[in-house]
Each structure stands twice: as structure tokens, then as C-alpha cells.
Design a protein around this ligand. Structure first.
Ligand SMILES: *Cc1c(COP(=O)(O)O)cnc(C)c1O
Length: 815
């Protein structure tokens, strides 16, 4: 977009205070990830969770001079204000105007699953056919969609936008702002159905998006969807796709046997090789083909484009590098929009120093001088230590870059220069067009070089936290338990992410864990659950808050506070014993406790207890007793203290089963990692951890030959065996060898055969077609799931996670 403040005020009927001639091209809604302050206005959006107005000050500190807000704060001088009645309505009004005046061809994608992946696929296939704009990440909500539409500028010819709803009547509102010419309806599942009384109601609401569409492309496998669309939109061009042969577009070949996938498109055949053959992927491929055909892309090109897709993962990965570096790898594609997204991602880390590797931008039909001017402006604003430019084109413009800049013809030349090996303690962004293969740099910069990785999906953590929050009152605080290296996933990375998302408290087990977080820049309050005797001085030094569970600890800690010369009341957390019989004050100690506390310079920040059996419905009666006891003892203590500390008792399964007892705070642990003992809740959570490796070698073992140490497996026919580089030293218990456990290959379970070795194991892949060396093997994620894997090990998910060896590389994924 490109409007003056005055124009925006007229379009949206809002009031200007200040300079109305300022040009606005971007609207930022999150003050932490402002990547550019030039022509940017900050909008303060108030939601039920957060007041955006709290962040106006930090936006102004970052250099923003136009604020869109429901209230005017005159204390900020030299700032222009757009005062609006309601920030969300404002965005929607502006976006509607902007979209309706943009005249581009538009595709609107809705459905329960697959929206984001389809949008990204379409974008990958179409961005070098037409100048294309798309929703960033999964921006599809009442706020996300308008922000996405505002990215349209007059060079774009095609727009691909996702539209998501979670409540009745939301689609009406969104359709009012955005009416796509081509409507695309993906799979309808139960994903967001919670607020709808029936599936029918959900379908009725979703298909409202197509009111003004000319063409509707939809998954016709769902008979209710098929009927409803045919009935309501009989006057439009309708194309159905799916697995059923009644669809206009379907798969003709046998997906588990035939070498190629053959798609029938209105009687015409399109055939291509496919490695991933799960139902979701193939259904998405059908939708993709249908849209590409509709846009008149030739079959030969469609097949080429599909073949290119497989190499692409549409996400940014953050990897631990050597020499304390963090590597952000984004070699998916390179255009101005994705460069902006990567800059935002970078700003989420608070490493003070950063460097950039950037290649030519290829395949974009733009004037290169203008393009690289814009690129260099964006880059200059980020204040990189060093900038490494790769490619002839971008190198011509190297003088536009203000920081220390080096130029190279290709990636190989940069590697040979050895510049990268000198970088220490920085965040390094790798951003390149695919043909430059800058992922090779990642291999050099990476800390550990194993094919075995533990991938942690941070978006899924956020989803799971929000799911648990949705069961609580908005004002209830949340503590995230990041003890034991955040259940094995990496305490700093998880805490940094949670801090960014405003978690109220972090909980660690030992003082060193808290110290590590503080040293790396975590400022959120941290409770130490198990403060050891000799650590009290360190607790105070690093501003940590101890759990106090006995008089002995209380006295010792207080001594340390006095010695330290701390002159305010030091915050402590008092643990009450209510039935777990682990740590805590007993009820008969409460009088003495309140007396002891009265004359001390300590402040009881919280009173809490812990449930022993919140995950066991059969122990409900006992759990209710714990609540009753906690309520009684904590109230008694509050009365004696004369003030009201925060109270908390629920852990993850407590939140899902006993939300009536949430008090003022809850403590989430395994739940944020996507695990619940309750099957229904489990469906609402997303899997966070993916432990995977690759096949090192495939062997054909003859009838009678044996596999592994002690010859514990003997083939009884010619058997295909794969060796994978993960063993008991990586944290896989040896007892799941010999066909107790399975690993996943192409979403099929493959039994572990023979004894598990220290660094390797063998699996039987006899029944799995098309497996080759280098293919991915899942230790756990979806098949087998973490729970199933814990079942093989005869233990709980907690123990599986915390047993994974530190030598397994952790990778953190964000969209
Ligand atoms: C670990 C822990 C939790 C979190 O438990 P989950 O079952 O993982 O939710 C909560 N409270 C305390 C005191 C803990 O030690």
C-alpha cells in the first residue's frame, strides 16, 4: 500500500493529530518485530489477551513516528496519531478499500487443514509466472487477512490469501473485505470446530467466502461439502478434486504400487513421480494442479513445478552454529517479501551482533536498480556487522550497503574466502535464491554434523499454550516449566521464545539452570524449585526466586539475603504439602511459618502446591481432596500474612481436567509440548517434537543370515534391512530392540531388528516400497507418536524426552 496519513483517515473515517502528509507503506502490529521504520505506522491492537497500547512506547523508541490507536497519549511528542474507534475495524475497512481498488486476480483459500501449505505451494509455482503477493506465514484471521491484503502494491498481478475462521459469523466479515475470484476449499476437518454446533454449520460458514467468486475449486470427497456447494452455487464454475472417482480431478493410479502418480483431470491424464504419498500431500497436489490448470499453465510446466516442490521446505530454521553462532537458514526462495519476513525473524533473537549472506534476487521482473536500492535500505536499517553478497547482479550494487560488505561470484568463492569461519557469537542469516545453494554454508557453520536431529516446532508450542489458555480466565497467569533443559528440548531457546510471547513465569529445577538463562538474556521472573544449600548467594545475585519448602531452607535463605545487603523484600515462593509428600510445609507448621515470615524482609510472591495424580481420572476424589486442603491451608496463611500472594496448583493435566481450580496462576509443562493423557484433548494439541534420522545403508539379507551383535535376528527369507545412525548413546533404550519398538519410514512402522548398538540400529523395511538410502526415518513424531514410542520403552513421555542425549542436534522451527 501507499497512502498518506490524510488519505487513510478519509478512507477509514478516523481522526489525525499531527502531520497528515506522511506517507505510509507498512503497518506494524508487533513492536518487537518492526524490521523497518521507514514509512511504517504502528497499530495498537487491543485483544482480550493483551493491550496493544502498552507497546506504543517501545514502537516510538524504535523510531516509529505514526501511531494508530484507540486512545491518544499526548506525552509522546513529535508523533503523528491516527485515532480510531476500533483498531480491528479500522484495519478491515482500510484493507477492503485497498483490495477493491487493486484490480488483481485473487485466490482465496479456506478449509480446516492444508491452507498454508497450499498457499505456499501455489506461490512457489506461480511467483515467476506473475508478480504475486501472498499472506505471510498463516496470516488468515480477522487481523491477519487485512494485514496480508495491505501488502498488495500496484506491481502485483496475482494475490493468494488464506482465510481462516474459528467462530460463527466470522466469514461474513472477512468476505466483506476480501472476495476472491477463485475460491479454493481444502479439507474440512475437526480442527476449529469447537465453536460450532455442528459440522454443517461450519461448512455453511466457510463456503460463504465464495459468495462473489467466479470459480470454486473444492475437495469433493466430503459428501456434505459437495452437496452444499452444488446447491448454493449452481450458477458458478465448480471443480471438485479428491480421492473419490466422482470428482472432476482425481488420482487414477494405485498410489501404493505404481511408480508414477497419474491424475485424471476432466478426462485428461497428468502423470508425475512422487516420493511423498500420504493422503494429505496427494490431496494438496490435486488442488494445486487444478488451480494451475485454471490459470492456463501447460501440463509440462505443471509437472516441472511439482518436481521442484519436493525439495522445498517452506520455513525458516534456526540452527545452533559453532563458535556460539546461531544460523538462520532461509534458502527457500528470495524476494523482497520473504527478505522482510526473515528480518522480522532475526529481530526476535536478542543477539546483539548479526551478519547477513544474501544472493542475487532471481526471477523477479523488476528494475534491478530500484530493487537493490530497496533491498539495501532494508539491510542498512538492520545494522549488520558484515554483509556477504553473492552473485554478479547484487555485487554491482555493493556500494549501496553501508556496513562492511564483501562480494563473491558464487557460494564456493565465499566458502574459500574463510570469512565465515571468523564469525563468533553472532546470528547469521542465510538468505539466498535456490540456484546459489547457500545451504552448503549451513553445513560449514553448523555445530554438530549428524543426520540425527531433534526438531522442535516453536509454533506448535505457542498453539498448545494458547489452547491451554483458552480453558482459563484471561487474567490467570501462566508459568512455563523449563526445568531439565526444558524437558530435554533446550532451555534457552524455549525460554527465549516464551519470553517473547509474554509468559509470566519460568520454572527451573536448579539454580544453574536459572543462571544460564539469565546470562543469556532472559529477564522473565524465574522460580527455582529445588534451591540447593550452597546456591542461595547465586540466587540473589541473578535475581532468581526460590521455592521455600521447610524452615531449614527458609532460615538459610534468609541468612543469605541479609548477608547480601538486599534492602527490599526478597520474593519467595512457599510450597504447601497437600498430599504428594515430596516437599512442602505441613498444615501444623503454618502458625509458626506466618510468625517466622512476619519479621523477615521477605515477600511471599506465591503460595503453591503440586498435584500427584491430575492425569488419573480414577484418582479424582484424591485430587479434589488436595484442592480442598490447599484452599484451606493457603487461605489460612493469607489471613495470617495480611496480604494475598499469587496461588497456583495446576500442572498441564490439571489445567485440562480441573480448570475450576486455576486460582491466579497455572504451571504448564508437558502440555505445551503437545502431550495429554486425555485422547480428546490430545486431538486439539499439536506435536512439537520430531526426532528423526536418515537411512545410512540398505542391505538385502539372505534367508538364514543374521543381523547385528549376538545374531539376535535371523532372516527367514530374503529381507530388506536398513541401518540408521541412532543408538542407545542417543537415548534410545536398548530394551526396545529385537522387534519391541518400531521406527517410521514413509509413515509406515518398521520394526527394529536385532540388538540396538551404541550409535546405530537396524530396521526391517521389507514391506515398505520405494525406500532408498538417505530417506528420512522418524524415531518419533506422528508415526510412531511420542506416546507410542514411550509405550515401546515402557515409560512415560517425560522420561523419553529428557533421556535424549545432548549429542543429538536440536533444531528450532518457526514458520
Ligand atoms: C514439572 C512440574 C510441573 C509441570 O508438570 P506437567 O505435568 O509437565 O505439566 C508443574 N509443577 C511443578 C512443581 C513441576 O515440578
Amino acid at each position: 500500500m501507499n497512502y498518506t496519513v490524510q488519505q487513510i483517515a478519509e478512507i477509514t473515517n478516523s481522526q489525525v493529530i499531527g502531520d497528515s502528509d506522511i506517507m505510509i507503506k507498512n503497518i506494524a502490529y508487533d513492536s518487537r518485530i518492526i524490521y523497518s521504520i521507514k514509512n511504517t505506522a504502528f497499530i495498537a491492537i487491543n485483544t482480550h489477551k493483551n493491550s496493544g497500547e502498552k507497546f506504543i512506547e517501545s514502537a516510538i523508541d524504535r523510531g516509529i513516528n505514526v501511531i494508530i490507536s484507540e486512545h491518544h497519549y499526548p506525552q509522546f511528542e513529535n508523533t503523528t496519531w491516527l485515532i480510531v474507534k476500533n483498531a480491528v475495524d479500522f484495519l478491515q475497512k482500510l484493507a477492503k478499500y485497498h483490495f477493491e481498488n487493486s484490480h488483481l486476480k485473487s485466490i482465496g483459500i479456506t478449509g480446516s487443514n492444508g491452507k498454508t501449505i497450499l498457499k505456499e505451494w501455489l506461490y512457489q509455482c506461480l511467483w515467476n509466472e506473475f508478480p504475486t503477493v501472498k499472506s505471510p506465514k498463516s496470516f488468515n484471521s480477522q487481523i491477519g487477512l487485512p494485514l496480508s491484503l495491505l501488502q498488495i502494491n500496484n506491481t502485483h498481478q496475482l494475490g493468494i490469501f488464506e482465510v481462516g475462521i474459528s467462530k460463527p459469523h466470522e466469514m461474513e466479515k472477512l468476505e466483506n473485505i476480501f472476495h476472491p475470484q477463485i475460491g479454493l476449499l481444502t479439507h474440512i476437518g475437526t480442527a476449529h470446530a469447537a465453536n460450532f454446533s455442528s459440522e454443517e454449520e461450519l461448512i455453511d460458514e466457510k463456503i460463504k467466502l465464495f459468495k462473489d467468486s467466479e470459480i470454486i475449486i473444492y475437495n469433493g470427497d466430503h459428501s456434505v461439502v459437495d452437496e452444499k456447494i452444488k446447491k448454493l452455487y449452481s450458477d458458478k464454475k465448480l471443480i471438485s478434486y479428491g480421492f473419490k472417482k466422482e470428482n472432476n480431478v482425481f488420482i487414477k493410479s494405485n498410489i501404493s504400487k505404481d511408480e508414477n502418480i497419474v491424475v485424471e483431470y476432466f478426462g485428461e491424464e497428468i502423470s508425475f513421480p512422487a516420493h511423498q504419498r500420504d493422503e494429505a500431500t496427494l490431496t494438496n497436489a490435486l488442488a494445486l494442479i487444478t488451480v494451475l490448470k485454471e490459470l492456463n499453465i501447460q501440463n509440462k510446466k505443471i509437472i516441472e513445478k511439482i518436481n521442484l516442490l519436493k525439495a522445498v521446505e517452506m520455513r525458516l530454521e534456526a540452527i545452533e552454529g559453532n563458535k556460539g553462532n546461531i544460523i538462520i537458514n532461509d534458502s527457500f526462495n528470495l524476494d523482497l517479501d520473504s527478505l522482510k519476513t526473515a528480518m522480522q525473524f532475526l529481530n526476535e533473537y536478542n543477539k546483539p551482533k548479526k551478519s547477513l549472506v544474501l544472493t542475487d534476487i532471481v526471477g523477479v521482473n523488476a528494475n534491478s536498480k530500484e530493487l537493490y536500492e530497496e533491498v539495501s535500505e532494508l539491510v542498512n536499517e538492520q545494522q549488520f556487522e558484515s554483509v556477504f553478497l553473492i552473485g554478479n547482479e547484487i555485487s554491482k550494487f555493493s556500494e549501496l550497503f553501508k556496513t562492511k560488505t564483501y562480494t563473491f561470484i558464487d557460494t564456493k568463492e565465499l566458502i574459500e574466502s574463510k570469512h565465515l569461519t571468523e564469525i563468533e557469537n553472532q546470528i547469521i542469516l542465510l538468505k539466498g535464491a535456490r540456484k546459489f545453494e547457500i545451504e552448503k554454508l549451513k553445513d560449514i557453520l553448523e555445530l554438530r554434523k549428524h543426520d540425527t536431529v531433534l526438531e522442535v516446532n516453536l509454533n506448535a508450542i505457542l498453539h498448545n499454550i494458547n489452547y491451554h489458555k483458552s480453558l482459563l480466565k484471561p487474567e490467570t497467569k501462566m508459568m512455563a516449566m523449563v526445568k531439565a533443559n526444558a524437558y530435554g528440548l533446550g532451555s534457552y531457546e524455549i525460554s527465549e521464545f516464551l519470553q517473547h510471547h509474554h509468559i509470566d513465569y519460568l520454572g527451573v529445577a536448579y539454580v544453574d539452570e536459572g543462571v544460564e538463562l539469565r546470562k543469556k538474556g532472559i529477564t522473565t521472573p524465574i522460580i527455582v524449585m529445588n534451591p540447593e544449600q550452597h546456591s542461595y548467594q547465586t540466587i540473589i545475585e541473578y535475581n532468581l526466586e526460590p521455592e521455600i519448602y521447610s524452615f531449614r531452607v527458609l532460615e538459610l535463605f534468609y541468612e543469605a539475603v541479609q548477608k547480601s545487603g538486599y534492602d527490599k523484600k526478597y520474593p519467595i515462593h512457599v510450597k504447601l504439602e497437600t498430599g504428594m509428600h515430596r516437599l512442602g510445609f505441613k498444615d501444623f507448621e503454618l502458625d509458626q511459618l506466618s510468625e517466622t515470615l512476619r519479621d523477615k524482609n521477605l515477600k511471599v510472591q506465591s503460595l503453591f502446591s503440586h498435584l500427584s495424580s491430575s492425569d488419573m481420572p480414577e484418582e479424582k476424589e484424591f485430587t479434589l481432596k488436595q484442592f480442598e486442603f490447599f484452599s484451606k491451608t493457603s487461605s489460612y496463611l493469607i489471613e495470617k500474612l495480611g496480604y494475598s500472594p499469587i496461588r497456583h496448583i495446576l500442572n498441564s493435566s490439571g489445567i485440562t481436567s480441573y480448570s475450576d481450580h486455576q486460582y491466579n496462576m497455572v504451571r504448564i509443562g508437558i502440555g505445551m509440548l503437545g502431550e495429554s493423557p486425555d485422547a480428546e484433548i490430545q486431538k486439539q494439541l499439536q506435536s512439537v517434537v520430531s526426532f528423526k534420522t536418515v537411512i545410512s545403508q540398505i542391505s538385502l539379507v539372505e534367508n538364514g543370515e543374521s543381523v547385528g551383535y549376538s545374531r539376535r535376528y535371523k532372516a527367514d527369507h530374503l529381507t530388506k534391512i536398513a541401518t540408521v545412525p541412532v543408538g542407545y548413546a542417543d537415548g534410545i533404550p536398548r530394551l526396545i530392540g529385537n522387534q519391541v519398538g518400531n521406527l517410521g519410514v514413509h509413515k509406515t512402522l518398521a520394526p527394529i531388528v536385532g540388538n540396538i548398538c551404541m550409535d546405530m540400529m537396524m530396521i526391517n523395511i521389507d514391506n515398505i516400497p520405494y525406500v532408498k538410502e538417505g530417506d528420512t526415518v522418524t524415531v518419533f513424531n506422528s508415526k510412531p507418536s511420542l506416546k507410542e514410542f514411550a509405550g515401546y520403552c515402557k515409560t512415560i513421555t517425560y522420561e523419553v524426552l529428557t533421556s535424549i542425549s545432548p549429542r543429538v542436534k536440536r533444531i528450532y522451527i518457526k514458520d
